[in-house]
Structure formats: structure tokens, C-alpha cells
Design a protein around this ligand. Structure first.
Ligand code: HMG
Length: 389
């Protein structure tokens, strides 16, 4: 008999600051309708000088280890595309900050925004091998484009931590998966750059091609039919992209893609992404958090996931929402993670955007800005120094 494996707990964190799109529009003379309606974004999370993917990841993961036994977690998979080190996994810092036992393997995974879905699927494989074990999957990213570029409006930052195990309390992940890979240069970031390069329109059509390809494979693997799904959780680089993607899928399958059909499928999934911005690997799972927190009772209902990472890899898969899931949600904490952010003005955001850690090997402390539980205190001898409050 096949065991049920999936997401047992989910927690997210985002940054100290938030830039409303009205401030960006005022700075660059853009009609706010382009941001609010055209791309579907209201604001974006901006990390403080003493925040990074590690502090956000630890903040997301700490409530999970507080609620569950640490002893069953023998693997941490940290997915990111805004890595802070070419060798050491960011998850090793997190492992130490949240006090996991030393009997644990920790790795970092990368394939643009798709990485967390690879982590989830690999975690399921590990749990299938030994259902007594749990895997902590963390997706953490800071999305950074050049100032005054079209991509600037689609930045953001967040981390999602998920505990993956047998008999999950939230969502059972199903087989099969529909898979798609194509070697395209729609979005990339060479090692010598801290901002991404992107061909905006190419990236949108690459995403749509990937949706189609992953869906075709899912159908060939005898997946569910489109009508069975209660909702569709897409990777959301900006929330309008989910609407473009779902319209494409509905039309590809010969269905009407009217406003009501799109709203029914996507409406509850965009609430967090529209105010957080692109959180890369975390984005699709922020969509799931919003869906679970906001939708009417989903008990027993199948939900579709479409995870896309530029370059490109996509996966279409399904999960079934487990009875009693509402008792395990973190709805209040999720709202608070968003509400606690302090608005930053355009000049303040620009100064933070232009900051980088000194690379001279000296001792440098970072300004104390975050009020979160973990901070990047500085850098010394090329080593990042973290502290827990
Ligand atoms: P742009 O080219 O400046 O914008 O930047 P645009 O001219 O295409 O306008 C955007 C939309 O606003 C259009 O709607 C306009 O009509 C509308 P659409 O035709 O697309 O439906 N618009 C207005 N609407 C209402 N009132 C107005 C108004 N003016 C215009 N006044 C772009 C947009 C997304 C290209 C840019 O922000 C960008 O390059 N972003 C980064 C790339 C990106 O997010 N791509 C998404 C797909 S790739 C992906 O998801 C992977 C990624 O997450 C990375 C990873 O995997 O690691 C990015």
C-alpha cells in the first residue's frame, strides 16, 4: 500500500521593509495602473541591510522546529537562486541558527525559481525510503533587478519553510508529475553579477511554453483532468503572470478562459505574492499559503501546482488537501509577517538596493535595522556573522 507523503507544516517570512509600487511609479513617472493592474503588484518586500536569504530562512523555519520534534529532521534542502556562497550551503547557517541536531544532511539546490519544487520532490523520495524521517525544505530568495529597468517592479523577497513527511497535516503530494525542460536564455544571472539579466517578453513566452509542455507530459502520465482541480497554484513572478499562464492552459485544453473561470482557479492564490513581489523559489509556495489561508474549505480537494524556473524547467503536479488542515495553518502569523513590514521611501529603497557587503576581508558590522529574530551582524575575514536575538 502506498503511503501518503506531503507538506506537514508550512511557515513563511519576509523582509523588514516594503516599497509600495506607488513610490516606484512616482519616481519613474509610470501610470500606477501598469503596476496595479498590468502586472498585478501593489508592493514589494525589501530586505534590511542586516537581512539576507539566511536570516529570512531561519525566521521561516524556526516556528516549524518549535512545533515539531527536531529529531525526525535528518535532511535540510535549501533551495535558492540568490545564494551567498559558491561552496557552503546557506542551509548550514540555518541548521545552526535554529538548533537542529548534528545528525543531519544539509544541501543547497538551484534551478532558478523551480528549485524548491525539486527540493520537495527529492524530500518525498527520502521520506518514501524511511517514513519515520522528515525533511525540512526551505526556499529563500531576494529578487534583484537593475535599478530603472523594467524588471525593477517585479522584485521582492521571502522565505518559505515546509516540513515534508508521511501522513501530512496539510497537503498530500500526488504522483504523477508532468515535466518540462528547455535550454532558453529568458532570465539568468552570471556569477559576477548580483542583479539578474532578463529578456522580459521572452521570459513570458518561455513560461507559457513550459506550462504547455509540463501539462502535456502530465496528461501523458495519466494525471487528473483539468476540471478536477479546485484551484491552480502557479509560480508568480508578478501575479498577472498566473492569469496569463492559466488562460494559456485553459485555451490549450479547449476551455473558455473567461474572467470567472480565471478568478475561481486563481483568486485566492495571489494575496501574498501581490504585496511581497517575486520571491523566486518561494513564490509558488507563498501562493499555496495564501490559498490555504483564504479559500473556502478545501478538504479532500485536489489542487494543481505549476512550478517554473527560467532557463528553463517546469513541473505540473497535484496535491490533495488533507482533512483537518485548517487546525494546522499559520494564518495569523502569515498576515503578521506581511503587516509588520515598515514602508520605506524610494530613496531608502535605492540606498538598500545599492548596498553590498565589503569584499576586503576586514571586519565590518552591518547597521542594526531588522526587528526580526535573526540578523546578519556583519562580515569578518570574508565570513558572514549571524546572530539570533
Ligand atoms: P514591461 O515590458 O515594462 O511592461 O515590463 P509591459 O509594457 O509588457 O506592460 C506590462 C502590462 O501592463 C501589459 O499587460 C500592459 O498592457 C499593461 P499585458 O499586455 O501583458 O496583459 N499596462 C497597463 N495596464 C493598466 N494600466 C496601464 C498600463 N500600462 C501598461 N496604464 C515585464 C513587464 C514583466 C516584462 C518586466 O517587469 C520584467 O522584465 N520582469 C522580469 C521578468 C519576469 O518576471 N518574467 C516573468 C516570466 S519568467 C519567470 O517567471 C521566472 C522568474 O521568476 C525568474 C526565475 O525563474 O528565477 C522571473
Amino acid at each position: 500500500m502506498s503511503i501518503s507523503i506531503g507538506i506537514h507544516d508550512l511557515s513563511f517570512a519576509t523582509s523588514e521593509f516594503v516599497l509600495p509600487h506607488t513610490a516606484l511609479a512616482e519616481h519613474n513617472g509610470t501610470d500606477i495602473g501598469k503596476y496595479h493592474v498590468g502586472i498585478g503588484q501593489r508592493s514589494m518586500s525589501v530586505p534590511a541591510a542586516d537581512e539576507d536569504i539566511v536570516t529570512m530562512a531561519a525566521t521561516a523555519a524556526a516556528p516549524i522546529v518549535a512545533r515539531h520534534s527536531k529529531d525526525r529532521i535528518r535532511t535540510v534542502v535549501f533551495a535558492t537562486e540568490s545564494s551567498i556562497d559558491q561552496a557552503k550551503a546557506g542551509g548550514v547557517y540555518v541548521h545552526s541558527l535554529i538548533g537542529l541536531p548534528s545528525a543531519c544532511r544539509v544541501v543547497e539546490l538551484k534551478q532558478a525559481c523551480y528549485g524548491a519544487t525539486a527540493a520537495l520532490q527529492f524530500a518525498i523520495g527520502l521520506v518514501r525510503r524511511d517514513p519515520a524521517q522528515q525533511v525540512l525544505v526551505i526556499a529563500s530568495d531576494v529578487s534583484k533587478y537593475e535599478l530603472d529597468s523594467p524588471g525593477e517592479a517585479t522584485q521582492g523577497a521571502a522565505a518559505v519553510a515546509m516540513l515534508v513527511g508521511a501522513d501530512p497535516a496539510l497537503v498530500r503530494i500526488e504522483e504523477p508529475s508532468g515535466l518540462f525542460t528547455a535550454d532558453v536564455m529568458d532570465f539568468w544571472r552570471p556569477n559576477y553579477r548580483d542583479t539578474a539579466l532578463v529578456d522580459g517578453q521572452e521570459s513570458i513566452s518561455a513560461y507559457l511554453q513550459a506550462v504547455e509542455g509540463a501539462w502535456k507530459d502530465y496528461a501523458q502520465q495519466d494525471g487528473r483532468s483539468l476540471e478536477e482541480f479546485a484551484a491552480f497554484v502557479y509560480h508568480q513572478p508578478f501575479t498577472k503572470m498566473a492569469y496569463k499562464a492559466h488562460r494559456h492552459l485553459l485555451e490549450f485544453c479547449g476551455h473558455d478562459a473567461d474572467r470567472d473561470a480565471l478568478e475561481r482557479a486563481l483568486g485566492s492564490t495571489t494575496a501574498y505574492n501581490t504585496v511581497v513581489g517575486n520571491s523566486y523559489t518561494a513564490s509558488v509556495y507563498l501562493g499555496l499559503a495564501a490559498l490555504l489561508d483564504r479559500a473556502d474549505d478545501l478538504t479532500g480537494r485536489p489542487v494543481a501546482f505549476l512550478s517554473y524556473g527560467s532557463g528553463s524547467v517546469a513541473e505540473f503536479f497535484a496535491g490533495t488537501v488533507v482533512a483537518g488542515y485548517r487546525e494546522h495553518l499559520r494564518t495569523e502569523e502569515n498576515r503578521e509577517a506581511i503587516a509588520r513590514r515598515k514602508p520605506v521611501d524610494y530613496a531608502g529603497y535605492r540606498a538598500l538596493h545599492e548596498r553590498s557587503l565589503p569584499a576586503d576581508g576586514g571586519d565590518h558590522s552591518t547597521p542594526a535595522q531588522t526587528t526580526g529574530p535573526y540578523r546578519l551582524a556583519g562580515i569578518s575575514g570574508h565570513k558572514r556573522v549571524y546572530e539570533a536575538r
